[in-house]
Design a protein. Structure first.
Length: 277
């Protein structure tokens, strides 16, 4: 089951590449703000007319200011407009009880979002290139086998962890972010990592995360039936289960700090623009 051998590394590498691209984009956009006319407009609006901005300038700057000061810990549905973040709840937000429909729809969104289909293609391509499951062979037919197995693994795990088990155990499948008001970065990182073993019930109480631990084990057990018999070993099953839990722990941590990363990029852009009038 080579899919699980590369899954965590591939998805984490993709997330890191997104961060790198955002940094590069930020540097390019700030370096282009050296136009004399643009600098004169910025200087005049900030120093000469602080209380009476030119027509249109006040309307353009105010929304950005509100976002930077009031939405620091807001969890976006898509991180950087790309990566899905459907299960995260912003720090301090009051949300209604998660219904059975909510759990089903969240799992379905995670399964059939365009990024999920893209990730499955990436993982299938890596496994295809490394021949991680030789029984699938090569060529177009071989890649198709790798792809549908990767997509099936993804779907089975999502439905078990986010829908079937949470509904059976009455657990909330969402990730409740701690946010900057919750403490230091180390405390927040520890909290995020611990969410694979601690979660909330539907009534809001803390409980052992049966959905993550048990649901992950069940999904690995199901996947044993549609992989070649030579891959169906106890060692592979335990390894795959551990990789699933480890990946989810990293994903929770990434979601916890995604607002910080967003604000970091925004602050870097605004600081560079101010330093280069």
């Amino acid at each position: 089951m080579g899919y699980f051998n590369s899954r965590a590394g591939q998805l984490l590498a993709f997330a890191v590449s997104i961060v790198f691209c955002q940094v590069c984009i930020g540097q390019q956009s700030t370096s282009q703000q050296t136009d004399p006319a643009g600098a004169l407009s910025t200087e005049s609006s900030s120093s000469q007319l602080p209380n009476a901005p030119a027509p249109g300038q006040g309307q353009q700057s105010q929304p950005g200011a509100n976002t930077a000061t009031q939405g620091d810990d807001q969890q976006a549905k898509r991180i950087w407009g790309v990566l899905p973040n459907f299960r995260s709840v912003s720090a301090g937000a009051k949300v209604p009880k998660e219904s059975i429909k909510d759990k089903f729809m969240t799992a379905t969104e995670d399964n059939f979002d365009y990024t999920s289909l893209f990730f499955a293609g990436m993982i299938a391509g890596f496994s295809f290139g490394t021949k991680s499951t030789p029984e699938f062979h090569q060529g177009a037919a071989g890649y198709a086998r790798y792809y549908w197995h990767a997509a099936a693994d993804q779907a089975v795990e999502n439905y078990f962890v986010e829908f079937i088990f949470p509904e059976a155990t009455h657990e909330d499948s969402r990730y409740f972010a701690m946010g900057r008001a919750g403490g230091s970065r180390w405390k927040r990182a520890g909290y995020a990592l611990s969410r694979v073993v601690v979660t909330r019930t539907d009534s809001g109480k803390s409980t052992f995360n049966i959905s993550e631990i048990g649901g992950g084990a069940a999904s690995v057990g199901v996947s044993q039936f549609y992989y070649p018999s030579v891959e169906r070993t106890a060692g592979n099953a335990v390894r795959n289960w551990g990789l699933d839990i480890g990946y989810d722990a990293l994903a929770f941590t990434f979601h916890e700090f995604s607002p910080d990363l967003r604000q970091l990029f925004l602050h870097k852009k605004s600081s560079t623009a101010a330093a280069n009038p």
